[in-house]
Design a protein around this ligand. Structure first.
Ligand code: FES
Length: 331
């Protein structure tokens, strides 16, 4: 039987299904609760029981210390409720609440969208999940090859299985290594997360994503996060793709089915290296046909710095206030 857990002081509520831990249910619901190891050893997910009955508690090595011994406490990653509960715990309010983490992950899948675009799936050790907020990026490192910054393309509700979208860039050592030599079970170091949490700045209005190429990674993370939060929102995506990326485009079709008010447009480049200004104009022309939504929308723009300047200028000329444009710069 499912029980409702309420977090204090935020008032966030979620249902914990039979057999689930409180942490699993909180993450599935898109909440940014504090946690790290998921196996009862770090103590980061501890919470004070204010009301309700604690059910089964899985084994844990963590020992409550100091003031925590004065109150009834639980570890969310080890506890199942036996009734509806009210618990007090820390939730990240913004990027300042998420520490920089250093995790040795491994490759567990490489999924080609076409010969030049790949979704790299990394898995962290069971005792070290990555805490991050949707739209953030990390530094990936491969020994002997170097490092590169990448937007996380998966939902923060699963910090163990992470996705990144790579485009093959001739002459770029990291990208060439990823496409030609990286294989399953290879080690990849993750450092981060870095970058803003865009939804923190989001008002109640619609969200319009203007996305260039693999900037889709941040969009995917943000949309999946919104789905897990179950927040009703009007979402529009205008995505400029360089070539056929059909498997990635399928995500958009799925979102159109599961979300109440999501739609997308794919714009295809005529060459594989279009000018930034040409791309900016194509994206702004596309979104300008939806002026009804644009009027009070937050516009999240995932592209290079130069292209953001071009898009910003053109949007401003169309009457969009610069304070409503938020960049997620391609790394
Ligand atoms: S004790 Fe580490 S996440 Fe629960």
């Amino acid at each position: 039987m499912a029980h409702v857990v309420t977090l204090h002081p935020s008032g966030h509520q979620f249902e914990v299904e039979e057999g689930e831990t409180i942490l699993e249910a909180a993450l599935r619901s898109g909440l940014a609760v504090s946690y790290q190891c998921t196996n009862g050893s770090c103590g980061d997910c501890r919470a004070r029981i204010l009301e309700g009955k604690l059910g089964e508690q899985l084994h844990h090595d963590y020992v409550f210390k100091g003031n925590d011994r004065l109150y009834p406490m639980l570890l969310m990653c080890r506890a199942r409720p036996a009734s509806d509960m009210l618990i007090e715990t820390a939730e990240a309010q913004g990027i300042g609440d998420i520490p920089e983490q250093h995790i040795a992950a491994t490759v567990y899948n490489m999924e080609y969208a076409d010969g030049r675009v790949m979704v790299l799936h990394l898995r962290t050790p069971r005792s070290q999940t990555l805490r991050f907020l949707a739209g953030q990026h990390v530094r990936l490192g491969i020994e002997g090859i170097g490092q590169c910054s990448k937007s996380i393309a998966s939902c923060p509700c699963n910090g163990r299985e992470l996705q990144f979208i790579f485009r093959k860039i001739p002459g770029d050592d990291f990208s060439e290594y990823v496409f030609q030599q990286l294989k399953k079970r290879d080690a990849v170091q993750i450092d981060g997360p870095f970058g803003e949490y865009l939804l923190e700045q989001h008002s109640e209005g619609p969200i319009v994503f203007l996305c260039y190429d693999t900037g889709f990674a941040a969009v995917k993370s943000l949309v999946e996060h919104l789905i897990s939060l179950d927040v009703p929102a009007t979402l529009r995506l205008h995505w400029y793709v360089l070539e056929d990326t059909a498997p990635l485009e399928n995500h958009c079709r799925v979102w159109r089915n599961v979300l109440d008010d999501f739609d997308f447009r794919i714009l295809r480049g005529s060459t594989s290296t279009p000018e930034a200004a040409e791309t900016a104009t194509a994206l702004v022309n596309s979104v300008s046909e939806q002026m009804d939504i644009l009027a009070d929308a937050d516009i999240f723009i995932t592209c290079s710095e130069g292209m953001f300047a071009d898009i910003g200028r053109e949007l401003a000329a169309n009457g969009v206030h610069p304070g409503r444009m938020f960049p997620v710069l391609l790394t």
